[in-house]
Design a protein around this ligand. Structure first.
Ligand code: ASP
Ligand code: MG
Length: 406
């Protein structure tokens, strides 16, 4: 019998009634298929509260003790769900990350999973128990608790499913699947039956918040099917799978947008080899993710300006980091802009069809929206615009690329 991993997000376990609802869903699945592993998030809002508590003591967020505090929300929901299952006479017990163990590196607050031992979980399955695992947490080989970054319980679930060679990882959330765009911003968005790993990866990293980006990359690597579905409604959901299993490859399958990035411009970088390397290496050492990059030559030609985006919540740290290499690089100044939005159009059909970028730029030009930075990949075009135009841009592009619900 094949194993299914069921993962429940924060809104699905938001209070005791929700946890009882989850227990019923898990129990129903257990009656069909005994081989189930459950991964849970913390109750919605809990992780934010825990982070806030640490901030009241210290601003440092990448210390081991920060992870001790922040990982605790998931322990509570894992225990509560097991209690709820046991009270229905269903054998279940919880296993914390360190008890399995889910081994990670020591990048506290955004650790990477290195290895998951399956012995403890296989024994639990063989006892016909339902193992409930708190997502988001792991342990280093020096026995320190770690967390996997915001939204990391998706990655826990996918990693555990891959390690166990599960048939599928079902991610239960508060939406009933993946949409062509976030329906709260684009009311005409449509639910997709299927989406390829690559598209989902772009959607997730460009701002669609349903799945943590790393979870999608991991699923793609191990060819593990993910199903995204609602905890509250009995609807089909969306399958995330290999593009070969999708017949109709659209030019544009979805539009993503995000206000999570800020733009930095480093002005007057002496124009010689190795400068970008020093700059981005310094950010990389602090684990600050750089996304869009554009370089232009300054008026005096011997220097260049470099613009790029970083997560808004890491802007200050990014500025300080870059200032620390100012002498080495010899740039003049640095300016930042928080008032930006990134809009991306995504589709695997772009691999073979030209003209998508042109169409995107035409539509934004018609609406008089200025482009600050552009970046592309094989299946994605992203532009950075003034934040105030995000909704207009998203809706116009959604209509123009024929994604609207008819
Ligand atoms: N509780 C963690 C967070 O809020 C992890 C998760 O829910 O995936 O980021
Ligand atoms: Mg989540």
């Amino acid at each position: 019998m094949s194993i299914i991993v069921m993962k429940f997000g924060g809104t699905s376990v938001a209070d005791i009634d929700c946890i009882k609802n989850v227990a019923n869903k898990v129990a129903a699945q257990y009656k069909k298929n005994k081989k189930i592993i459950v991964v849970v998030s913390a109750m919605s809002g809990t992780t934010n509260n825990l982070i806030d508590l640490t901030r009241q003591v210290s601003k440092v967020s990448n210390s081991p003790e920060y992870d001790v505090v922040v990982s605790s929300g998931e322990q509570v929901t894992a225990g509560l769900l097991s209690i709820a299952l046991n009270s229905q006479e269903i054998p279940s017990r919880s296993f914390m990350g360190w008890q399995i163990p889910v081994l990670t590196d020591n990048t506290f607050s955004k650790a990477n999973i290195a290895e998951i031992s399956i012995d403890v979980l296989m024994q639990s399955l063989n006892r016909n128990e339902i193992a409930v695992i708190p997502g988001f947490q792991g342990v280093t080989d020096e026995n320190q608790i770690t967390t996997l970054g915001r939204g990391g319980s998706d990655t826990s679930a996918v990693a555990i499913a891959s390690a166990l060679n599960a048939k599928r990882c079902d991610i239960y959330t508060d939406v009933d699947g993946i949409y062509t765009a976030d329906p709260r911003m684009v009311p005409k968005a449509k639910k997709l039956d299927k989406i390829s790993y690559e598209e989902m990866l772009e959607m997730a990293s460009q701002g669609a918040k349903v799945l943590q980006t790393r979870s999608v990359a991991l699923a793609m690597k191990y060819k593990l099917k993910i199903k995204v579905l609602s905890s509250f409604e009995n609807k089909e959901g969306t399958l995330v799978l290999h593009e070969d299993e999708i017949m109709e490859k659209k030019n544009v399958s979805g539009i993503a947008f995000s206000l999570d990035e800020a733009k930095l411009t480093v002005i007057g970088i002496p124009d010689k080899p190795g400068q970008a390397s020093i700059l981005f290496k310094s950010l990389g050492l602090k684990a600050i993710n750089v996304d869009m990059i554009a370089q232009s030559s300054s008026a005096n030609k011997s220097a260049t300006d470099l613009s790029f985006t970083v997560p808004k919540n890491e802007l200050e740290e990014a500025i300080n980091t870059i200032k620390s290499v100012q002498k080495k690089i010899g740039f003049k100044s640095i300016i930042s802009d928080r008032d930006v939005a990134k809009i991306s159009v995504i589709g695997i059909g772009m691999k073979t069809q030209a003209g998508v970028a042109q169409k995107m730029f035409d539509i934004l030009a018609e609406k008089n929206i200025n482009l600050k930075v552009i970046s592309t990949s094989e299946i994605k075009i992203s532009v950075l615009i003034e934040a105030a135009y995000m909704e207009l841009a998203a809706r116009s592009l959604h209509t123009a690329f024929e994604l609207d619900e008819s």
